[in-house]
Design a protein around this ligand. Structure first.
Ligand code: SF4
Length: 286
């Protein structure tokens, strides 16, 4: 796998300046995403709200884990919307750390962020990649979907058998599926739902296909599948390198299953070329 380095001939440093000057976090940096030169170079980024400390500790994730000391930053939504407007984004992707310490798990902050984006960029679409809102799922979904994000994304991350081992006892495979289906049911508008699978954590191809089928059975429109890269020696080891032919097979099988869009490849991440994923899914829907 080859990735490009940041280049002054692209928009990379413009995006970096904006992110830094507005005091924002991005999952691109926090998760050490290998696509950062490409995505920032094309003037896109995925914003990470609610701080940079996550209350979970998934074994594959580089985001800092611990107990956050700060409440949500009330001015973050407007700074984020300002940065998105300066970047000229037509599709804005927002994710967050898990905030199990907050009574609403951060749902109101998501809602405020979507509102700010819709005010500042009325023609842009908004995608949210949310945590599972443990224990208050229904209320949190209603709060977030009340602001009508165009895409509701929640990553299932791995197959049923590895779920607890990789994500901890709090996280349930079935709950992720339920959350995605419930989002579709609760939305009073035509929302796209989306989920992502990481491969190379110890799963088999049949288990990946089974997870894709589970997502389709819960009415998910878009799926992304990408290779796991171990972010540090403390994280789960890489179990296998999935061959490009296998990624192609996942895409072909996913299309047959009826997904509107399947992005499958070694460097695919949940938010990789999210604008194109959305367009592809919409093109199939209409
Ligand atoms: S794939 Fe997503 S997380 Fe990675 S650099 Fe691109 S926008 Fe950021």
């Amino acid at each position: 796998m080859k990735v490009s380095a940041p280049s002054p001939d692209t928009r990379y440093f413009e995006v970096q300046d904006l992110v830094q000057s507005q005091g924002l976090h991005t999952i691109c940096e926090e998760a050490r995403c290998p696509n950062i030169a490409e995505c920032w170079g094309r003037g896109t980024a995925t914003f990470q709200i609610l701080g940079d400390v996550c209350t979970r500790a998934c074994r594959y994730c580089f985001v800092k884990s611990g107990r956050p000391s700060e409440p949500p930053d009330e001015l973050e939504p407007s700074r984020l919307a300002h940065a998105a407007r300066e970047m000229g984004l037509e599709h804005v992707v927002v994710t967050s750390v898990d905030r199990d310490d907050l009574p609403d798990r951060g749902a109101a902050h998501y809602a405020a962020t979507i509102r700010a984006l819709k005010e500042e960029l009325p023609n842009a679409s908004v995608e949210v990649l949310t945590p599972d809102f443990l224990g208050i799922e229904e209320e949190a979904l209603a709060t977030v979907l009340g602001e009508q994000p165009d895409v509701f994304n929640h990553n299932i991350e791995t197959v049923r058998r590895l779920h607890r081992r990789m994500r901890g006892a709090k996280v349930e495979y079935e709950r992720a599926l339920w959350l995605l289906e419930r989002a579709k049911q609760l939305a009073t508008y035509d929302v796209l739902t989306k989920s992502g699978i990481i491969v190379g954590l110890g799963e088999t191809n049949d288990e990946v296909l089974e997870t894709m089928q589970d997502l389709r059975a819960h009415d998910v429109d878009v799926v992304t599948i990408g290779q796991y890269l171990q972010p540090s020696p403390k994280h789960a080891p890489i179990d296998r390198w999935v061959h490009p032919d296998e990624f192609r097979m996942f895409r072909e099988q996913g299309e047959e299953m009826g997904f509107g869009s399947v992005f499958s490849g070694p460097l695919v991440r949940s938010s990789y070329r999210a604008d194109e994923q959305k367009h592809a899914a919409r093109a199939v829907a209409y």
